[in-house]
Structure formats: C-alpha cells, structure tokens
Write a protein that binds this ligand. Structure first.
Ligand code: WTA
Length: 632
C-alpha cells in the first residue's frame, strides 16, 4: 500500500526527503505498485533537452495496478458509481471485479478489431462507465488514448485525430445533458469526413438515437464484445511508453498534444490522490469534472482506481432537473470527498441557499477545488454552506502538463488559507522569478511561477513536436519548467496562483488560447482582423472579449455577431464563444504592426485610465474610439 502522510510533521519530513533525496523518495513510493519488472533507474535526464525519464527499465501495466491487484482483496467493493443525467433512470454500480471483467472484455474486442499496441485511439464519449472502460482497455492493450472533451466541435475532433494520427475512434450515439440532446455520433461523422486515417469507429448505444452506421467503418460496441471473454492478459509495457495524449491550449498556434507516459504518471496520480484528499478505504469520492479534461483522467479514473477507491461518475449538469441536483447526489450516495471547480461553486452560490434546504450534506468530510483561482467569497461560501465549516478545502493547483496536483494543502493535515493553493506537494519545488528571469529568494514574493526539477507526473513531450515542447516550457527561463502562471508567496511559504501570464484565458475552468479564438473569428468573410482578451467575469472567472475590425463594415450588426458566435462554436466548440464582441475601426498597433493586447486587456477590464502611453502607437486614435465604444 502507498504510504499516507498523516501529520504536518510527516509532510515536512516527506517534503524534505523528496527534495534532498528524490530518487530514494520516489523509489520507495513506486515500490508499493505492482511491476512485472522493477526499474533500473529512478530518474535520469533533465530540463535542457527535456529528456527526463522516471523508472526507466521498469515493466508494468497500469490497469493491473488499477484492477487486477485489487481482485482478491476488494473485488466486491464498488469501483464506479454511475449516476445518470436523468434522476429517474436506473443508476449503475460496478465492483472492482465487474470493472475488471468489462475492461478485459473490451480489451479483447479492441484487439479483435485490429487495434495494436502503440496505436492511438480517439475517444469522444459521454460521461458513462464505458468511457472509463474504453480508456482502461486502451491502456491494457498498450494503445494510447486521446480523449476529446464532449463539448468540442467536429472540426476540433478532426484536428486532434489528424495530429495524433488516430486509426481508431470510440464514441456513442449521444446523450442528454440536462434536457438537451447531444448527438455525438453525428458530430463524429462530420469529423471523420476529413479523417481517412480512421479505420474503425466503435459506437456505444447510450440513448437509442438514430445513427447512420457506415458499412465497413462503424461497429456497435455491443456487437464487438459479444463473443469476447472477460479475461485478458495485459500487455507488458515499458515505464516510459506513452499512456495518453491530451490536447491543451497554449499562447500560440493550435492546441498541443501533451503526452504522458505510464509509470511516472501512475505513481504521481496515485500518490497525490491519496495524500491530498486523504482518502480512507470506505469513502465515496466524487469529482465533477469531465473525463475529457485532465482532472477527469487523473482524479476520476486513474488516481482513485489506483488507490482502490470508489469513484462517482455523474453524466449530467448541476442544474438538472434543478439546482439542488448535486446536493441530492451527495446525500444519495453519502459522498465523503467532493472535488469541483470554482466556476461551479460561483454558479451554485448565485442560485441562493434555498436549494440547500432539506439537504443534509453531512457525509462530506473533504472539499476540493481545481481549474482556476478561487476568490475568497466563493471559498467562504463553499466552506460554510457545503462543508458546514467542518470540511477542509483543498485548493489544488496543477495543469494538464503536470499530470497531477503540484500545490495544495493535504486535507486536514496542512493548513488552508482562502484563495491560496498553499504548499507544494513532496517532490515539487516551486520558484518565483521576476520579470528579468531572476529567482526571488525572499519569502514574500510575486512573479512568474516555475518549477525547479522534474516530478514523476510531468508531461514528456508535445506529440510529434519535441521542439515546441522545449520552446514552450523550458526556454523562457532556462533550466526551469515555466508554468505560464503568475503567483504570490506569503511569509509562510504559501502560494497563491493569480492566473495566466500568457495569452491563455481560463473560462469556467476551460483553458482557451486567445489565438485559437481569433483564428476562428477571422474565418468570417467580413472580418479583417481580430484580437481576443480575457476580462473578469462574476461566474466564469474570465470571460472572452473579442475586438473585431471588419471590411466591409457589416450592415446588420446583430446578425454579424451571431455569425461570429456560430463560427467559433463550429470551429472550436460552444464553450469558446465570446461573451462580448465589439466592432472597431482598427486595432491598436505598434509601429512594427504588432497588436497591443496589453491595451485591449486594460480596456476589456474597464481600467480605461490604465492603458498607459499610446503616443508611440501606429494608430493612437483608435484607443480613444475603442474606449468610447466599450464604455457605452
Ligand atoms: C489554472 C487543470 C488557480 C492555472 C488541472 C493553470 C488554477 C491552468 C488552479 C491549467 C488553482 C488550475 N488555482 N489556478 N487551484 N488549478 N489553475 O491544463 O492557470 O486545464 O495553468 O489543468 O488552470 O489548466 P488545465
């Protein structure tokens, strides 16, 4: 069993050991897993070439660690509780034994379909147990899963399939999110028109929606598992073999396929789950994220299952059939650990406490947040109304690239402080650098957040683009991993993450690159150019503000704005639609033609007197005009 930190003193000792003696520290942690062959070296490589490796020479299968090793001891324990979108539909529960059987059966089905070790498989699925089963089956046979969040458009799916060179697709007919149907198969069909690399597309029948099954390409899930047995010899994988690709947005260009490898990710996801949430064997754990984002990968599927935990998967939305649904689910299953995003907390807070009447919530013992900075007001509301002032809140800071949580308190073990993620986990050495790239040694500091050394869960590369990986994360501050976040440190060493310092905006916890939205908007035939920036939004954390210059000027502004929204929804997905569009005669530019986003950011934030000196601009007059427009 993994070692659990159970006092502040143990945390300090573990942290010190992890920094002074990382190989011993992580070697000890890794020993608690099941290996076909132990590693030769705990760690090698470094940041310069981003060639770091963990547990090299080891052989294992992550699903044996999630499932097989638990069959004897806790085979009858519930692994997954599934709560459907519609509360009157029957729920499902799968024990470790049943989940193992389903994963084995689907592994056999995948192999029979022709999926090989090393192939990439694209998944576009609702929040149903089959999504977890499909990802685990990929991992079991040594295929690489690339999950695309169900809110992405056909174009985004196609881009990801092409980039990851996927040969296989796994999807479902569709599902309901609240009372809205989502026709996943139709969206996939549109995507696949552009993707001849896809050999077979496996479709799970979730909702009995009409599906146009393309002969020779589309297969029903139920048909391919029919003759498959429920035992399967898992593929023997190398520690550094790829486990999954997950696309995430950056400052420039198209989204990056962040690649994680097996052993390091496994050790890190498991260790952080156990210690941050202080999971106890009988507890019910619920993370409300979508499995299509990294939070779902690490803390709905892998982290909990690696610890033999019971993890709840909810298919629907918080407001269906009413805003009391989440609290009903907590009471129904006596959820002990609840992990969600600040944006959700703010939306629920905005509905008032009436929805909490007649809900007990007394089963809760730990609350968590992730995805964006949590403002103090939302933190206090969560603490008082949901946790009844009895549950520690773990504010967990991490990223797709980090694989698991890097900065967070350990529930009930280390102190919390509203709006602070607080202390680094063992193995993590945060550093704050100033504008010149110098490390700030003084305890109280503010600047850009970097990490000094590798930790096992760190992403290994950007798929097929190692140069871009090095360029994005390791060149801004040579020798350090640059997170893209700004942060502050207090005199006790607590970290407060203040938000992105690059051209990435965080909308309702979704990471969106401003360049992606601009590229989509620029597809409109009347758009000459555009600039997108974030602005503070009461519920979403940040909203998307688009400044658009047109040629010719559109006649019907309402229609034009609607068309822009449609284009963004079509190219990226509905969640990336701008909250505000302002049509301007030009964008502020330097004499060399660079758009001055800093000025637009200030304007979007309503800080009109802070735009600074504009006299050196190529077109200073547009600034006044834009301010006037935004003010009215
Ligand atoms: C932000 C999500 C403040 C941050 C796991 C980071 C946070 C980006 C927090 C990564 C937090 C995540 N406090 N900000 N607790 N957690 N972030 O890749 O800006 O979707 O860089 O991973 O979310 O988003 P990603």
């Amino acid at each position: 069993m993994l070692q659990k930190i159970s006092s502040h003193e143990e945390y300090t000792n573990a942290f010190n050991e992890s920094i002074n003696n990382p190989n011993d520290f992580w070697g000890k942690v890794a020993h608690s897993f099941s290996w076909k062959k132990k590693w030769d070296k705990v760690f090698s490589g470094g940041f310069e070439k981003a060639d770091y490796k963990w547990f090299e020479g080891g052989r294992l299968n992550i699903t044996e660690n999630c499932l097989d090793r638990y069959l004897e001891s806790i085979g009858d324990k519930t692994a997954i509780i599934w709560e459907p979108n519609n509360p009157s539909e029957k729920n499902r529960q799968l024990t470790y034994r049943e989940l193992h059987e389903e994963v084995c059966r689907f592994s056999n089905a995948l192999e029979k379909t022709g999926v090989n070790k090393g192939d990439t498989v694209c998944l576009y699925m609702p929040m149903i147990p089959e999504l977890a089963i499909a990802m685990l089956a990929c991992a079991r046979i040594g295929a690489i899963h690339s999950i695309v969040f169900g809110g992405f458009s056909a174009q985004s799916i196609a881009d990801r399939i092409k980039d990851a060179e996927c040969k296989w697709m796994i999807t479902a007919d569709g599902c309901f999110r609240g009372d809205k149907p989502l026709y996943l198969k139709k969206i996939v069909d549109e995507a696949l028109e552009q993707c001849p690399s896809i050999q077979k597309s496996i479709v799970f029948n979730r909702s009995n929606f009409d599906c146009n099954m393309k002969p020779g390409r589309d297969l029903w899930w139920a048909d391919i598992i029919k003759d498959c047995t429920t035992t399967h010899d898992s593929a023997i994988m190398e520690s550094e073999d790829p486990l999954f690709i997950l696309y995430t947005s950056g400052s420039t260009g198209k989204p990056k396929g962040v690649l994680h490898t097996i052993a390091g990710y496994m050790v890190y996801a498991a260790y952080t789950f156990l210690n941050v949430f202080q999971y106890k064997p009988e507890q019910i754990y619920w993370c409300t994220a979508d499995i299509g984002w990294v939070t779902g990968h690490s803390y709905i599927v892998y982290g909990p299952l690696l610890n033999g935990a019971t993890t709840l998967i909810y298919e629907g939305v918080p407001q269906f059939p009413d805003w009391g649904r989440w609290w009903d689910i907590i009471d129904k299953y006596k959820v002990n650990i609840f992990y969600t995003a600040p944006t959700a907390i703010r939306s629920l807070e905005a509905q008032g406490t009436n929805w909490l009447k007649r809900k007990s919530l007394l089963s809760l013992s730990v609350l968590g947040t992730v995805g964006e900075p949590i403002n103090e007001e939302a933190w206090v509301w969560y603490f008082k109304n949901i946790g009844k002032e009895n549950c520690p809140i773990v504010d967990t800071w991490w990223q797709t690239e980090t694989g698991g949580i890097l900065i967070s308190s350990l529930a009930g073990i280390t102190p919390t402080k509203p709006s602070y993620a607080t202390l680094p986990l063992p193995g993590v050495e945060p550093i704050i650098v100033d504008a010149n790239g110098n490390e700030i040694i003084e305890p109280i500091a503010e600047g850009n957040l970097c990490i000094r050394k590798s930790w096992p869960g760190q992403a290994r590369t950007v798929y097929k683009d190692h140069k871009r990986f090095i360029q994005t994360y390791f060149t801004t501050y040579p020798g350090k991993y640059f997170t893209g976040d700004g942060c502050k440190r207090d005199s006790n060493g607590n970290y407060r993450i203040t938000g992105r310092v690059d051209d990435v905006i965080n909308v309702s916890g979704h990471r969106i690159g401003t360049a992606e939205v601009e590229n989509a908007i620029n597809e409109h035939s009347e758009v000459y150019e555009s600039a997108v920036v974030g602005f503070p939004h009461a519920i979403k954390g940040q909203g998307i503000f688009a400044f658009v210059s047109c040629q010719p000027h559109p006649n019907d502004l309402i229609l034009f704005k609607q068309e822009v929204l449609n284009i963004v929804a079509k190219i990226i997905g509905p969640f990336a639609k701008p909250d505000r569009i302002e049509i301007v005669s030009g964008l502020p530019k330097t004499r060399s033609g660079k758009i001055m986003r800093r000025i637009l950011r200030k304007i979007a934030e309503g800080e009109f007197d802070k735009v600074g000196d504009v006299t050196t601009l190529l077109n200073p007059e547009v600034v006044e005009e834009i301010i006037k427009k935004v003010k009215t």
